[in-house]
Design a protein around this ligand. Structure first.
Ligand SMILES: Nc1ncnc2c1ncn2[C@@H]1O[C@H](COP(=O)(O)OP(=O)(O)OP(=O)(O)O)[C@@H](O)[C@H]1O
Length: 354
């Protein structure tokens, strides 16, 4: 469904001598098969939206090639656009018309008859829990409703491949959970292939069959969430000993299972592979040595641990650093490739829950 090789996007920002090149996407290869739900994960500014805009023909690649739904993004953009649904991060801009009329117009833009567009639109309103809102202006809808309306617009022409750019950013937890169900339904109910970008670890975990991680314009991993987590060196074991004098023994015992052990107060921590198997023996050993514990916690690796292992930074730190460095480096100066609209200033995100 998606095959990309060596995709590059270089933006130039600033003017005259101040001009600098931003390598937003730096040689990306991607393969997505039919029916897959792929989560494209990375910190702010990693290159997710830029990659998506190249795949959806909104931005011409500086270098590299891509076919989407069998069509070349550079030479067959019209065919690509007809075959895909796209819900952008900024959302659709709606006129002052009723939501239902917007959707029907959108369907007719894709060559649908009015009758078919109304029928499909009403079915989607129903499915995405927008029933009763056909004659509501989008500006009078809640954030969650507007996001779902965006998805209706992206699905009106029954695409078999759907791109969703940060579909739940800015939504409250309940609206996010609700939207997740609908996104999961795109595949289960209509067999669509879904490519979604997110910087929410839980979102990628919950929805995606496969997670592709991008950092600084490069793909750093691509696998199932479970396999990625298995690459992290073990589960985190956190022993809290009941007295200071037990810390040294606990550190030695845990150290025989974990390569790196850290001590903080009466907490002794280390990563142990297959902790479920190793911990009972450890506990017996500690008991035999007279070490009493106040608590023990074993935590499976998270996707953030995966990111940390791969890049040496946590996803959150990576985001803070990108933001601090002034990602976006000012407004685009119009020298970018065709189709590079100046709406590409890094969007602000809210409500990060991870
Ligand atoms: N039109 C543009 N002109 C200049 N720089 C740009 C432009 N668009 C994006 N960039 C820069 O390219 C890099 C990648 O941006 P992109 O929006 O693709 O990241 P992202 O991973 O989607 O981030 P977010 O999670 O914040 O949406 C960033 O450093 C960004 O500032």
């Amino acid at each position: 469904m998606i095959h990309a090789r060596g995709l590059v996007q270089t933006f130039s920002t600033g003017r005259g001598k101040e001009k600098t090149a931003v390598q937003a996407v730096d040689g990306v290869d991607l393969d997505v098969s039919e029916g897959e739900v792929v989560g494209f994960l990375g910190p702010n500014g990693a290159g997710k939206t830029t990659t998506l805009r190249m795949l959806t023909t909104l931005l011409r690649p500086t270098a590299g090639t891509a076919t989407v739904a069998g069509y070349d993004v550079a030479t067959q953009p019209v065919q690509v656009r007809r075959s895909i649904g796209y819900c952008s991060q900024v959302g659709s801009t709606f006129s002052g018309a009723y939501a239902g009329d917007e959707v029907v117009d959108h369907g007719m833009l894709y060559g649908m008859s009015r009758k078919d567009a109304v029928a499909k639109g009403q079915e989607l309103f129903d499915r995405l829990q927008l029933d009763g809102l056909w004659r509501r202006m989008p500006k009078n809808m809640s954030g969650g409703q507007k996001r779902r309306l965006d998805i209706v617009m992206g699905l009106i022409h029954s695409p078999s491949l759907v791109f969703l750019d940060e579909p739940t950013t800015g939504l409250d937890p309940q609206a996010r959970a609700n939207l997740w169900e609908h996104i999961a339904g795109l595949r289960t109910d209509q067999g669509a292939t879904v490519f979604l970008t997110t910087h929410y670890l839980d979102e990628a975990d919950a929805l995606a069959d496969r997670i592709i991680i991008i950092d600084r314009g490069r793909i750093v991993a691509s696998d199932t969430s479970d396999n990625l987590k298995a690459q992290v060196a073990g589960d985190l074991v956190d022993l809290e000993v009941s007295a200071d004098e037990h810390v040294a023994v606990a550190r030695d015992k845990l150290g025989s299972l974990a390569p790196d052990v850290t001590v903080e107060g009466r907490h002794v921590r280390g990563r142990v592979s297959r902790a479920g198997r190793a911990v009972p023996g450890l506990l017996r050993d500690l008991d035999a040595s007279g070490v009493a514990l106040d608590s023990i916690e074993v935590a499976r690796p998270t996707l953030d641990d995966v990111f940390l292992t791969l890049t040496g930074r946590s996803l959150r730190d990576a985001e803070a650093a990108t933001e601090g460095a002034g990602a976006g480096a000012g407004a685009p100066d119009g020298d970018g490739p065709p189709g590079d609209a100046p709406d590409q200033v890094v969007p602000t995100t809210t409500g990060a829950t991870r």
